[in-house]
Design a protein around this ligand. Structure first.
Ligand SMILES: Nc1ncnc2c1ncn2[C@@H]1O[C@H](COP(=O)(O)OP(=O)(O)OP(=O)(O)O)[C@@H](O)[C@H]1O
Ligand SMILES: [Mg+2]
Length: 275
């Protein structure tokens, strides 16, 4: 679906590269989390995937088409992107208009359009704000609308750049389970930039960037097993990892490193029942 070959990127008029020699293949239906400290190049990488930034050297391929100034518009039919800052994303005068905008560009018939607007606003719990002005919404509400706009377009790939950072815990959970549903049931490819390793642990694969290069690319469990090394790349081990580390330090034996709260609780029960 997405291939990066020896990709480097430098912003115009800047001396140094922000991304250097990135090689990546992301398959159809994968859920990939991208993590790394501030400034490590996550958003730039996300922008390379839909042609908002074009590689300075190397090749980005989406559905076998090399992304260029000419082909990037085509790529946007497959790839929906929710940015870090939803303020920059609004074009409509009402929430519904805003969601409609992308669909108009895709020349979706009016009736389908109305259905998709209603459905996507429902999915992000924003139906009652349909006729509101986007600029007057709260930060989290704006993120929900930005997400609805992308969902309505039913893209094959969804790129979320810290798209849940302003959501309350319940909203975050809702969005994550919605994403999971889209991935599992419709085979949507999900690429999610996040600072939350708990969130990243939900993905099939985590890519960790450090100073514009890939520091780690693999299963979330393998990343968490790095324990204190995570600090080197500006990541905070999640709570379950810390509990696991404390237990092992005290020679309390847990069969495998837990990835989520549920797994930790299972392990703790097992220990408790043994005593
Ligand atoms: N438009 C731009 N022009 C010049 N330099 C830029 C531009 N946008 C980003 N940069 C620089 O590129 C580097 C990577 O930025 P990027 O936004 O990709 O990081 P990030 O990993 O998304 O960080 P964060 O976690 O803060 O969102 C930073 O050093 C940043 O200062
Ligand atoms: Mg960013």
């Amino acid at each position: 679906m997405i291939e990066l070959e020896q990709v480097s990127f430098r912003y115009q008029n800047e001396a140094s590269h922000v991304l250097e020699n990135i090689n990546l293949t992301i398959e159809h239906g994968e859920w990939v989390a991208i993590v790394g400290r501030n400034g490590s190049g996550k958003s730039t990488l996300a922008k390379l995937l839909n042609g908002l930034c074009l590689a300075t050297s190397g090749v980005v391929r989406v559905n076998q088409t090399v992304l260029t100034d000419e082909s990037k518009h085509q790529a946007r039919h497959y790839i929906g992107m929710v940015f870090q800052n939803p303020e920059n994303q609004f074009v409509g005068t009402t929430v519904a208009d805003d969601v409609a905008f992308g669909l108009e560009n895709l020349a979706v018939p009016r009736e389908t359009m109305i259905k998709r607007i209603d459905q996507s606003l429902e999915q992000v719990d924003m139906t009652i704000y349909k006729d509101h002005e986007p600029s007057r919404l709260s930060g989290g509400q704006k993120q929900r609308v930005a997400l609805a706009s992308v969902l309505a377009m039913q893209p094959e790939v969804i790129v979320l750049d810290e798209a849940t950072s302003m959501l309350d815990p319940i909203g975050k959970k809702q969005v994550l389970s919605l994403i999971q549903e889209l991935q599992e049931q419709l085979g949507v490819t999900v690429i999610m930039v996040t600072h939350d390793l708990n969130e990243a642990a939900l993905a099939d694969r985590v890519i960790t960037l450090d100073e514009g290069t890939v520091w780690f690319d693999g299963k979330p469990r393998e990343l968490l097993e790095k324990g204190d090394q995570l600090h080197e790349v500006g990541l905070e081990p999640p709570f379950v990892t810390k509990v696991y580390q404390q237990l092992t330090r005290q020679s309390i034996d847990i069969t495998q490193e837990p990835l989520h709260y549920e797994e930790l609780v299972d392990e703790l029960w097992r220990l408790y029942l043994k005593t």
